[in-house]
Design a protein around this ligand. Structure first.
Ligand SMILES: NC(=O)c1ccc[n+]([C@@H]2O[C@H](COP(=O)([O-])OP(=O)(O)OC[C@H]3O[C@@H](n4cnc5c(N)ncnc54)[C@H](O)[C@@H]3O)[C@@H](O)[C@H]2O)c1
Length: 372
C-alpha cells in the first residue's frame, strides 16, 4: 500500500516508546497522512497523571483501554483505518507471571476487541502486529554434530547450582551453540507475556481469513533507544541500567553476565514497521527484526557505562536469575532483508551513545522537576 494523504492510520499504543517514533517517521515521510492513536497512557509506562503527547494537527489522540470493547470500537469507527499498527500491550515478562489476567486482558482480549471492530467497520487493508522474539522461548541451537534443534526451558534447580546453559532435546549431542531464530522454529513461549504475544499472532492471522485485511507479524528482538520509559521497572534492560547508572548506583547483572541479547535500535525497528505497512505481503507473513547478532548483557552494560561517563567496573555479576528469562536471543534477519528490503543501520555502539545522551537529558529534567 502506498501511504498517501488519504491513508487513515490507527496506531494502538501510539504514545509508547516505539509508537511515538513511528508516528514521527510516518509524518516525516508523508506530512499529510491522518493518524489516530489509541492508548491508555499506562501509568507504569508514562507515570501518574500523564498528559497525551503532542504531535501535529493531523494526529488525533484517543485515550482508551484495549480491554474496553467500546473504546476500541470507537477508535476504529472514528479513524476508519486502511492501515493499523497494533502496538498496545502490557510488556513485562517477569510481571506477567504475577498478573496473567491483566496481561491477557490487554494483549489477548485487547486483540479480539480490535479484530471485532475491524470486522464490523471493514475499512482496513492491513494490520501490522508488533510481536516479540519471546514466542521462541530459548530459541534455536546447533548441537555438537551440527544438527539444528530448539533449546529446552532451563531448570531452576540447575540454575541455582550455577548451571545456566540451555538443555537440548533428547537425541541431540551437547554442548549446543545458540543460532539465530526464524519462523521455521516452532514457537515455545516461556512466559505469560510470550504466550500472549503468540496468541495475538494466532488471533490476527486466524480472524483475518476472509475478513478483507491482511496481517503482517514482526517479531522484535530487544528494542532500545531514546524515548524508552526510564520509569518502567519491568521492561527495557538498557533503559533500566541507564537510569540506575545516572542515579549513581552500581548494576547487578544476572546469572554469569553471559546472557546474550540482540539489541536493535528503535529507528531501525520503526523503518521495518513502515515498510511492513507499505508492502503487499501474504496474510500471516512473519518476519524477525533484530541486529542479527547477539551481545552479552555484561558487554552492553560496559559500553553503556562508558557512554555515561561511569567507571566500566560499576557492576557486579550476581549469579541471581529470574525464571522465564531466556539465555540467548538472536534474530535471523534474512527474511526481513528479502521481503522488506530491510537491514539495521545503527550499530550497538552508536545506539547506546544516543540512548546515553537522551537518558542524561531526561534524568536532568526529572531531577530538576523534583527540585534536586
Ligand atoms: N521494546 C521492546 O524491546 C519490544 C520487543 C518486542 C516486542 N515489543 C512489542 O512492541 C510493542 C510496543 O512496545 P514499546 O516498547 O513501545 O512499549 P511501551 O510500553 O513504551 O508502549 C506501549 C504503549 O501501549 C500503551 N498501552 C499499554 N497497555 C494498554 C492498554 N491496555 N490499552 C491501551 N494502551 C495500552 C501504553 O500506554 C504505551 O504507550 C508492544 O506490543 C511490545 O510487546 C517491544
Amino acid at each position: 500500500m502506498t501511504l498517501t494523504a488519504t491513508t487513515n492510520i490507527l496506531i494502538t499504543g501510539g504514545a509508547g516508546f516505539i509508537g511515538s517514533r513511528l508516528i514521527r517517521a510516518l509524518l516525516a515521510a508523508n506530512p499529510e497522512c491522518r493518524i489516530w492513536i489509541l492508548d491508555n497512557l499506562h501509568p507504569q509506562v508514562h507515570g501518574q497523571n500523564a498528559v497525551p503527547p503532542c504531535f501535529d494537527d493531523q494526529v488525533t489522540f484517543l485515550r482508551g483501554d484495549m480491554g474496553d470493547a467500546r473504546a476500541v470500537y470507537d477508535a476504529v469507527a472514528r479513524s476508519l483505518p486502511r492501515l493499523v499498527f497494533h502496538l498496545a500491550a502490557e510488556t513485562g515478562t517477569g510481571q506477567s507471571y504475577d498478573e496473567p489476567t491483566r496481561y491477557c486482558l490487554a494483549n489477548v482480549i485487547g486483540t479480539t476487541h480490535l479484530i471485532e471492530a475491524l470486522r464490523k467497520t471493514g475499512s482496513t487493508e492491513r494490520v501490522v502486529l508488533a510481536s516479540s522474539r519471546a514466542v521462541y522461548g530459548e530459541g534455536a541451537y546447533i548441537d555438537a554434530t551440527g544438527r539444528h534443534c530448539a533449546g529446552l526451558p532451563r531448570d531452576a534447580a540447575a540454575m541455582s547450582a550455577g548451571d545456566f546453559e540451555v538443555p537440548l532435546p533428547a537425541g541431540c549431542v551437547g554442548p549446543g551453540h545458540p543460532a539465530p531464530s526464524n519462523p521455521a522454529l516452532p514457537p515455545a513461549p516461556a512466559s505469560v507475556y510470550a504466550s500472549t504475544k503468540l496468541m495475538q499472532e494466532y488471533l490476527l492471522t486466524q480472524a483475518g481469513e476472509g475478513a478483507g485485511w491482511r496481517a503482517t507479524i514482526l517479531r522484535f528482538q530487544n528494542v532500545y533507544g531514546p524515548g524508552q520509559s526510564l520509569r518502567n521497572p519491568y521492561t527495557g534492560v538498557l533503559s533500566i541500567f541507564a537510569q540506575q547508572l545516572l542515579e549513581g548506583k552500581d548494576l547487578a547483572i544476572f546469572e554469569d553476565g553471559q546472557i546474550a541479547r540482540d539489541f536493535v535500535y528503535v529507528d531501525d525497528v520503526v523503518e521495518a514497521l513502515v515498510r511492513a505497512g507499505e508492502r503487499q505481503l501474504p496474510h500471516g507473513t512473519t518476519i524477525d527484526i533484530g541486529m542479527g547478532e547477539a551481545v552479552t548483557i555484561e558487554e552492553a552494560a560496559r559500553t553503556l557505562m562508558q557512554a555515561l561517563g561511569r567507571n566500566e567496573n560499576s557492576y557486579a555479576v550476581t549469579g541471581a536469575f529470574r525464571v522465564g528469562d531466556i539465555r540467548h536471543a538472536c534474530a535471523d534477519i534474512s527474511v526481513a532483508h528479502e521481503l522488506l528490503g530491510w537491514a539495521p543501520q545503527v550499530s550497538v555502539d552508536e545506539g547506546l551513545g544516543a540512548l546515553a545522551c537522551w537518558a542524561r537529558r531526561e534524568f536532568g529534567v526529572t531531577q530538576s522537576e523534583r527540585g534536586h
